[in-house]
Write a protein that binds this ligand. Sequence first.
Ligand SMILES: [Mn+2]
Length: 141
Amino acid sequence: MPTPSMEDYIEQIYILIDQKGYARASDIAERLSVHPSSVTKMVKKLDEKDYLHYEKYRGIVLTDKGTKIGKRLVYRHELLEQFLEIIGTEEDSIYEEVEGIEHHLSWESIFRIGDLVEYFQEDPERLNALQKVQERNSNKE
Ligand SMILES: [Mn+2]
């Protein structure tokens, strides 16, 4: 199992490769707000654990294992954003809050949150009903 920090790297590398076709150390550093030397260190570690390989001309390449995990991490992030949106979290803080909680839930809970998100997406009436409760309570706050 990757550590939270490793998960952050794999997630961002997956997104970069998906969007641009490659993941440069400088881009990873920027996305994670870390020093490029930290990226070099972590890339080495992820290489040792077989999540990625460093190839001379292609640069950072995710292994099958790394790609599979990257895909799941992106799914988890997007799901938690949808979840916070449903429960009415302020739009501006959704990204940061997901970054804070995403590593600390079991996959079992993630899948159950997936059920809940589906439950609300399946029928707009359910979302309306929840929003009524939210409005009622926001008047009390
Ligand atoms: Mn994330």
